[in-house]
Design a protein around this ligand. Structure first.
Ligand code: EPZ
Length: 417
């Protein structure tokens, strides 16, 4: 079983090139089901989750090829299937993103119901409720969603929670519906906005992408496009915390500070220097990290996908910080592993009370989900001694060659086994 081994204590100095966004690439690739003709995407990260959505699409008869220049060519003119099977969906919940496009393009979709995951129950009831408002007939049986619609029709959807993939699924479904759809309390994440941009390039009529009020006027057909996926803002945030934990000095390439306001504000409040430096983003850590309180919220609030990472930084302050998780009901699993490294963290309902300690110590720890595994890598970088992280397949789902990028800036990190 592969492990990541880290000898802690090295200062991180140098340049990092940020990869394309996982949470933008997945819905954009799913959207190719909607259009006639080939697409070409650049800056698509090489990740396990991208490989999974590729297999989901190929299973439907879509051709997906990674070209020699690294771009991804997707041609859905051979689309013939309706099913996203359990074996694929169980490895990645985001596979549910083919539900809306399949229903819109083929009038029928059979998608395995995503089960719960480490960080929460994560139901898809709002996806299904929205599709029913657009005229779909939905049945749940044998662990699958069976959805049918001769042609979807425009409708008015109010989302109880601004669900990210829910908004994306419904926005995609509405592009080929008859009439106009309004989605209220829509998710405003930059990845949702980028999907809107790509759909508009494909010929869709959308307004309000990236705001809480979306309007989509259905069209008859969509066509293929060429597009470059935005940088991964969570990867940017993860490297910023790495600089903060190691008194580092990093230049981050292929990214910008836009869409990271909440994270950058908190890191500056904690004492890090973060600023645009010509074409790159500069982040400088120092040895007086201040404790700050954090509350995760839907965008533009502080992203839940950065909660575990900033918690590690708060473990090494001289104060006390309260980190409240309001998006997922069970996203503190990394706490017990951080405690094994000497962190002082108490959990009270949806808040973690972190009392800073002088030093973390290296230990054998286990990754439990994608962002938890990133937090253990960060803790290992700062810790005294050797850290061994098992179940690193979680990391590969969302970080492209993390240990390669870290070792190039001075980290003593390697993958074994
Ligand atoms: C997306 O997940 C991201 N995944 C997650 O990133 C991210 O943590 C999350 O948004 C929140 O920002 C992708 O984009 C592929 P939600 P998603 O639906 O869409 C509840 C990572 O680390 N809810 O916005 O699944 C739900 O239970 C991953 O990269 C319902 O109740 O999240 C949760 O409490 C992890 N019913 C809240 O809404 C629904 O039908 C937000 O979930 C849908 C959601």
């Amino acid at each position: 079983m592969e492990k990541i081994v880290i000898e802690g204590g090295a200062r991180l100095i140098g340049d990092v090139t940020i990869s394309g966004s996982k949470n933008s690439a997945l819905p954009v690739l799913a959207a190719t089901i909607l259009c006639q003709g080939p697409n070409s995407f650049h800056n698509v990260p090489k990740l396990r989750d991208v490989a999974t959505i590729q297999r989901v699409l190929e299973n439907l008869g879509v051709q997906v090829t990674r070209e020699t220049d690294g771009s991804v060519r997707v041609d859905s003119s051979g689309l013939s299937g309706n099913e996203a099977p359990y074996d694929l969906v169980k490895t990645m919940r985001a596979s549910v993103l083919v539900l809306g496009p399949l229903l819109a393009r083929r009038g029928k979709a059979i998608v395995s119901l995503p089960g719960g995951c480490a960080i929460g129950a994560r139901p898809v009831n709002l996806h299904l409720r929205g599709l029913e408002i657009l005229g779909a007939r939905i049945e749940l049986k044998h662990g699958y969603i069976y959805a049918k619609a001769d042609r979807l029709k425009g409708g008015h959807i109010y989302l109880d929670v601004p669900t990210v993939t829910g908004t994306e699924n419904l926005m995609m479904a509405a592009t080929l519906a008859r009439g106009t759809t309004v989605i209220e309390n829509a998710a405003q994440e930059p990845e949702v906005a980028e999907l809107g941009t790509v759909l508009k390039k494909m010929g869709a009529k959308i307004s309000g992408e990236g705001t809480s009020l979306l309007q989509i006027e259905g069209v008859e057909t969509l066509h293929g496009v060429e597009h470059s996926i935005m940088p991964d803002r969570i990867e940017v945030g993860t490297f910023m915390v790495a600089a903060g934990l190691t008194q580092g000095n990093l230049r981050l390439f292929n990214c910008s500070l836009s869409s990271l306001e909440a994270v950058v504000n908190k890191l500056r409040e904690a004492g890090l220097e973060v600023y645009p430096d010509g074409e790159v983003v500069r982040v400088i850590g120092n040895n007086r990290v201040r404790s700050v309180d954090v509350k995760t919220l839907p965008y533009p609030g502080f992203p839940t996908d950065m909660q575990a990472q900033i918690m590690v930084l708060m473990c090494l302050t001289r104060g006390l910080s309260v980190i409240s998780e309001t998006v997922f009901e069970n996203r503190f699993i990394h706490v017990s592993e951080l405690r094994r490294m000497g962190a002082d963290i108490k959990i009270e309902s949806n808040s973690a009370i972190v009392t800073g300690v002088r030093q973390l110590s290296g230990a054998q720890v286990m990754a439990t989900d994608l962002r938890a595994s990133a937090s253990l890598v960060l803790a290992g970088l700062a810790a005294n001694g050797r850290t061994e992280i098992s179940r690193v397949y979680h990391l590969d789902r969302g970080y492209e060659n993390l240990e390669g990028k870290l070792s190039r800036i001075g980290a003593r990190i390697r993958r074994v086994g």
